[in-house]
Ligand binder design. Structure first.
Ligand code: A2P
Length: 333
């Protein structure tokens, strides 16, 4: 819980099938970025903890686990948080470890990087596997190589095992369509707690949100502001006229309107900033509301998926199990 007197309180959502049960702060600090300097990230994490952030999102492929781990250690040493269990840490299984026998070793490696004994949430990063091998940090923007079909059932069973072993409090998926999430649900004994996907006012994910809600799965938005400054980002969101008009009328910023919109439609999110003022600004979204009229205007924004991930597709089937982006996203594009 965010309980320091000077810091913001971030609402939490209870995850259905976690050990505990576990509450997850709805707003996370995201650490996916190209070439972020470790000292900048560490400073930003410590600043974020001072401001009230308690949920930190990383992944094996981001190359940010070690720095995040150092920042957490420092925060505990400085007494910025009283104990590890006041933080919520999410990490993700990269594709070349997405094989049943490699899930637990990969999770243990993430824990070693983070200097932690358990994660709060562990996600399958993508619905695809790749030949086992050395993890190439920096593949985030390009693609995993030597793609293979994901053994959905075997990998999920290993994810369940990792929760049962106490290596993580909860498990979930990322970049999974409704259909692929349904596949997991068809054999899961522990259903996924979370599906983390691209979501913003420009890619609202209505179908997936309805599906997840009906199945007790929390949706987490990544790139909620359009991920400007990253290799996959767009300025559509932060330069949107519709969002700007709403922001001006409410005396808020476009980023705040976006974050508030996500919260109001029931999503959680991981937002990135390495700037103290913007980190603070992004938390100031829980004591005001968008009106029905604002929500209707946002609903009418033309939809555009930013991350199609064409690099995971091979039209002739020679280098990927997915022959088209339609197949990868099961038509949710
Ligand atoms: P910065 O680190 O300079 O604040 P996303 O969360 O969608 O991936 O977007 C991240 C990008 O949005 C980063 O470039 C970040 O830059 C910028 N950003 C984060 N918060 C704000 C804000 N409140 N206003 C404007 N830009 C923001």
């Amino acid at each position: 819980m965010a309980n320091a007197a000077s810091s913001a309180h971030i609402p939490e959502v209870v995850l259905g099938s976690s050990v505990g049960p576990k509450s997850m702060p709805v707003l996370a600090f995201g650490t996916a970025a190209d070439n972020i300097q470790p000292n900048l990230l560490k400073t930003a994490v410590l600043e974020a903890i001072k401001l009230g952030y308690r949920h930190f999102d990383t992944a094996a492929i981001y190359g940010s686990e070690q720095t995040l781990g150092e920042a957490i250690k420092e925060a505990l040493k400085l007494g910025l948080v009283a104990s590890r269990d006041q933080l919520f840490i999410t990490s993700k299984l990269w594709s070349n470890d997405a094989h049943p026998h490699l899930v637990i070793p990969a999770l243990k490696k993430s824990l070693e990087n983070l200097q932690l004994e358990y994660l709060d949430l562990y996600l399958i990063h993508l619905p695809i596997s790749a030949k086992p091998g050395k993890l190439m940090v920096g593949e985030l923007v390009s693609a995993p190589v030597d793609l293979m079909p994901l053994d959905f059932k075997g990998v999920w069973a290993a994810m369940e095992e990792s929760q049962k072993l106490g290596l993580t409090k909860s498990i979930g998926v990322s970049n999974f369509s409704s259909k692929k999430t349904e596949t997991i649900l068809s054999f899961a004994t522990i259903p996924p707690s979370v599906n983390q996907v691209e979501m913003s006012p420009f890619w609202q994910q209505k179908k997936l949100r309805d599906f997840c809600k009906a199945n007790g799965i929390v949706v987490t938005a990544f790139s909620p502001l359009g991920a400007m400054g990253t290799g996959w980002g767009t300025n559509h969101v932060l330069e949107s006229k519709v969002l700007q008009d709403i922001a001006e009328a409410r005396g808020k910023t476009i980023a705040q309107v976006c974050i508030r919109w996500l919260y109001q439609v029931g999503a959680t999110l991981a937002v990135k900033s390495y700037n103290k003022e913007r980190l603070k600004q992004n938390l100031q979204v829980f004591d005001w509301e968008l009106s029905e009229d604002d929500l209707n205007k946002i609903n009418q924004i033309p939809q555009h998926k930013m991350m199609l991930k064409e690099e995971l597709v091979s039209a002739d089937g020679s280098s990927s199990p997915y022959k088209s982006v339609e197949e990868l996203w099961d038509g949710e594009i």
